[in-house]
Design a protein. Structure first.
Length: 234
């Protein structure tokens, strides 16, 4: 199997092949089936709003049930894994949680930004990982991890750390409660249409999410946090 085959298989869904590697024991990649370890782990996700048209046209987006994007990812990933003879793995559905950020760092050489999100040399902060597939064979043509300069290291102004109205980011942590409280008390704030700190980053501006895409994620975050508060979990 080669990179072109994988890219062709996912392009109809707007997904992008984000890289892959041959897993070692310390990568904690689950077996494909009992006793059959993966020879290759490949990661897929979106670059900018590449998945938005496919997702918004899907039954999961339109049925009004919870977690539409996760359910869409599960269906698409399961179908792809079946065709490829592998096992679909997801960054949601835990605990336990699979180490997707560690896999992403190994596959693409990415490091965290000042906001905590992984910084991509082309996409900036406007990307995400939706699924991985553990495969029984090797994949040729996978790109080597990027080992270039990290954009945050040369960014002196750090506008991302000054754009949030409640200073939820300080370069080392994210005050999720302050973020939620502000959204709850300011229903008309522009933050509901996309995180202002994320938008302040000068990297990858050509890949910024569509407003509807960014607003979708902010709404999912708000709903999930409100449910936690209602359940007494902070």
């Amino acid at each position: 199997m080669n990179r072109d085959d994988l890219e062709a298989a996912v392009s109809v869904h707007g997904l992008v092949l984000r890289g892959g590697f041959a897993p070692a024991v310390e990568d904690a990649v689950p077996d494909i089936r009992s006793g059959e370890p993966a020879a290759t782990l490949v990661l897929f996700g979106n670059a900018g709003s590449s998945i938005w048209t496919a997702f918004t046209s899907s039954p999961e987006c339109r049925d009004g049930l919870p977690d539409p994007m996760d359910r869409w990812s599960s269906r698409v990933g399961g179908e792809m894994a079946g065709v490829l003879g592998g096992r679909a793995l997801f960054p949601f559905g835990g605990p336990p949680w699979l180490p997707f950020m560690r896999w992403a760092a190994k596959a693409e050489g990415l490091r965290s930004s000042a906001l905590g999100m992984l910084m991509h040399p082309e996409y900036g902060l406007w990307h995400a990982y939706r699924l991985a597939i553990a495969l029984p064979g090797n994949v040729t043509g996978l790109a080597a991890p990027d080992d270039g300069a990290h954009a945050c290291d040369s960014c002196q102004a750090k506008p991302c750390l000054h754009a949030c109205p409640v200073n939820a980011f300080d370069g080392t942590r994210y005050d999720v409660d302050a973020c939620f409280d502000y959204l709850a008390s300011h229903p008309d704030a522009p933050c509901h249409r996309g995180c202002l700190a994320r938008h302040a980053c000068p990297e990858g501006v050509g890949y910024r999410y569509y407003e509807s895409h960014a607003a979708f994620h902010m709404a999912r975050f708000f709903e999930a946090r409100r449910a936690r508060r209602s359940a007494g979990n902070g």
